[in-house]
Design a binder for this molecule. Structure first.
Ligand SMILES: *[C@@H]1O[C@H](CO)[C@@H](O)[C@H](O)[C@H]1NC(C)=O
Ligand SMILES: *[C@@H]1O[C@H](CO)[C@@H](O)[C@H](O)[C@H]1NC(C)=O
Ligand SMILES: *[C@@H]1O[C@H](CO)[C@@H](O)[C@H](O)[C@H]1NC(C)=O
Length: 148
């Protein structure tokens, strides 16, 4: 008796794909960002973990990942985004995680400001005339800056 495994394998693959798809809503297309601790003094370190599982799955594999701290509330007009790290994404990373330790610089921090750590995912697309261009999307999380 000959058993044909191909339909079984195809069935399993589509189940796995459907499961991942369920876990990868569009909102996760630029990746997910976590960091710890979320309250940091200038000079202190914090660990950033960016998970590109869904970004890769949904077709937004980064070329670069840039991390900035931005003042999104009570901005007095002088508070511009501050670069924390600029990284070339390893597209072979398995698992597809960008993790590293960052140091919070003694930057232009202001009492009463509300800061967010932004991750910019710069990813490649083929433009209508055929050029490859890099476009960007971002996700963010709240960070408290204290002790300055
Ligand atoms: C920031 O600090 C406030 C006041 O201590 C706290 O309620 C809030 O949870 C902190 N946020 C983060 C992201 O750690
Ligand atoms: C990354 O995200 C995927 C999909 O949500 C999840 O299954 C995996 O556990 C995450 N990995 C880490 C290290 O958080
Ligand atoms: C990228 O990830 C692959 C797979 O983990 C690893 O073998 C390779 O050394 C990494 N490349 C860089 C530049 O870190």
């Amino acid at each position: 008796m000959r058993v044909n495994f191909l339909p079984i394998l195809a069935g399993l693959a589509s189940m796995a794909s459907a499961q991942l798809q369920l876990g990868c809503p569009d909102a996760l297309r630029y990746g997910t960002l976590a960091f710890s601790p979320t309250t940091v003094d200038p000079g202190a370190t914090f660990t950033i973990v960016a998970n590109m599982t869904c970004a890769n799955y949904l077709g937004y594999t980064p070329t670069y990942l840039d991390y900035y701290i931005e003042d999104t509330a009570n901005n007095n007009g002088h508070e511009l985004p501050t670069l924390i790290a600029r990284r070339t994404y390893n597209q072979s990373a398995d698992p597809p995680i960008d993790t590293f330790t960052a140091v919070l610089p003694s930057g232009f921090w202001f009492v009463g400001a509300e800061y967010q750590l932004y991750m910019y995912n710069s990813y490649a697309r083929t433009a209508p005339a055929g050029d490859t261009v890099i476009i960007v999307g971002a996700v963010a999380g709240s960070i408290n800056i204290t002790g300055y």
